[in-house]
Ligand binder design. Structure first.
Ligand code: GDP
Ligand code: GDP
Length: 436
């Protein structure tokens, strides 16, 4: 789980997002046909020669209408705080500008490894443009071209060469790692404190896989848990930390390191668009999810209020139909004791393995009850199914033609699998493969 973070810093319009997209590519996570949320393209996971890394486009996090030099300073600070290696990008066609020098000064004073990339070097003849950039003092500049995809291999070789190996810090696989995500003020930090209760005193900062992640381990009823990147416990105050995109990026980082994600909603204020975006991130990442309706103490209730809220949530979060809903109050601790057992249950679902023979019995029954669809005179034929992964459970169906597995039939099979096995709280993925 511990993979290095790489940030791209540079002036506007020099090609940062072009390079970002080239590196991250359109590698969409395993088939997912439920309506999710568009990925925010400032943070992603890349892979080069079998090594994974996080990539952050700091240019995507703009702080208000500040002048260029101030923006550049924020970007550089963000990169220094969040990244293990920084790609400092300049425009080969424009030479060194005042803003480049500003960034260079800041980066120079940090202890972070810096790789200088000179973009828009679109052909070999243009390579001589690079020489002036030696004066920035970051050693050999790497010529690249976002438009033509040139030089990226050499650049990434160098970047990963400088990246620390972080694989040595991981929790035992029985430990349930969870995080709390949600928009500001829904009560994430209150809830964290309420969960930890008396054990708050032993809260310790354990250097996690990312320097700044604060992991809080605790044990309850014999089960070990770790709260990842506890909201509100970090030092605050940097300008960029108040931006929504930054909080989205932080949420993504926390989600990645979690088995279970608690999507916290404010029961008093109800659901807004931002809640759905945040929840979509957890869903897209394939994590086990619990929807937590906090501040239930502050809601005027009768015996139908909870049911009504539940219906509303189901309607708003269609793609999270598998996630259980827990109503509670971080303030009064009412119903708080129901939370950890649910976290444990969904974590177990997330790791559940179904044997191939039992799975195939379920598929055969499902097909007998509701025959496979036909298209252009051809009928989908499922030869057999097998579970190929956990976290989340992923099933491969070997079929005559994957195109024939339409959304609605896949959805039907998803439901049948859920009827037969307990997959509460976890997405499941179904993938069709051609059987030769
Ligand atoms: P950002 O603001 O730094 O993220 O820059 P963008 O990625 O949005 O790119 C700004 C402009 O530069 C766009 O018009 C790109 O098409 C162009 N661009 C990006 N990379 C290259 C390159 O390698 N060569 C040339 N000629 N243009 C590029
Ligand atoms: P965060 O930004 O999501 O970490 O939210 P906080 O934990 O800082 O809480 C935001 C505000 O909501 C604070 O004023 C809390 O006291 C209040 N709050 C948190 N949980 C509850 C709750 O269960 N009931 C009520 N009535 N208020 C709460």
């Amino acid at each position: 789980m511990g993979i290095p973070a790489v940030a791209i810093v540079g002036r506007p319009n020099i090609g940062k997002s072009t390079i970002f997209n080239r590196i991250i590519g359109d590698r969409v996570s395993i088939v997912d046909d439920k309506p999710g949320v568009t990925r925010d393209r400032i943070y992603g996971t890349g892979e080069w020669l079998n090594r994974k890394f996080h990539l952050i486009d700091t240019g995507g996090i703009e702080v208000g209408d500040e002048p260029l030099l101030v923006q550049m300073r924020h970007q550089a600070e963000l990169a220094i705080d969040e990244a293990d290696v920084i790609i400092f990008m300049v425009n080969g066609r424009e030479g060194i500008t005042a803003a480049d020098e500003e960034v260079a000064n800041l980066l120079f004073r940090s202890n972070k490894p810096i790789v200088l990339a000179v973009n828009k070097v679109d052909n070999f003849e243009m390579r001589e443009l690079m020489y002036e950039f030696y004066s920035l003092g970051f050693g050999d500049p790497f010529p690249i071209s976002g438009t033509h995809g040139l030089g990226l291999g050499d650049l990434l070789d160098k970047v990963l060469d400088l990246a620390p190996d972080k694989d040595d810090y991981e929790y035992n696989e029985e430990v349930i790692q969870f995080s709390l995500i949600g928009r500001p003020n829904v009560g994430k930090s209150s809830l964290t404190n309420a969960i930890l209760g008396e054990e708050r005193v032993i809260v310790s900062d354990i250097a996690g896989t990312t320097r700044d992640a604060i992991d809080t381990p605790f044990t309850r009823d014999g089960q070990e848990y770790v709260i990842i990147d506890t909201a509100g416990m970090r030092k605050r105050g940097k300008v960029y930390e108040s931006t929504e995109r930054y909080s989205v990026m932080r949420a993504q980082k926390a989600i990645e390191r979690s088995n279970v994600v608690l999507v916290v909603i404010d029961g008093e204020e109800g659901i807004i668009e931002q809640d759905k975006r945040v929840a979509g991130l957890a869903h897209e990442a394939g994590k086990a999810i619990v929807l937590v309706v906090n501040k239930w103490d502050a809601v005027d209730k009768d015996d139908k209020t909870m049911k009504k809220m539940e219906e509303k949530i189901r309607k708003e979060f269609l793609f999270l139909d598998y996630a259980p809903i827990v109503f509670l109050s971080a303030l009064t601790s009412k119903r708080l004791q129901t939370l950890l057992p649910v976290i444990k249950e969904v974590a177990e679902s997330h790791r559940r393995r179904i044997s191939t023979s039992v799975l195939n019995d379920v598929i055969v029954d499902a097909v007998a009850m509701n025959p496979t669809p036909t298209d252009k005179g051809q009928r989908l034929k499922i030869n057999y199914a097998t579970q190929v992964a956990i976290e989340p459970p992923t099933f491969v169906l070997f079929v005559n033609d994957p195109e024939l597995l339409h959304f609605s039939y896949k959805r039907y099979l998803d439901n049948q699998i859920r009827r037969a096995f307990d997959f509460t709280g976890t997405p499941i993925h179904i993938v069709a493969r051609q059987k030769n």
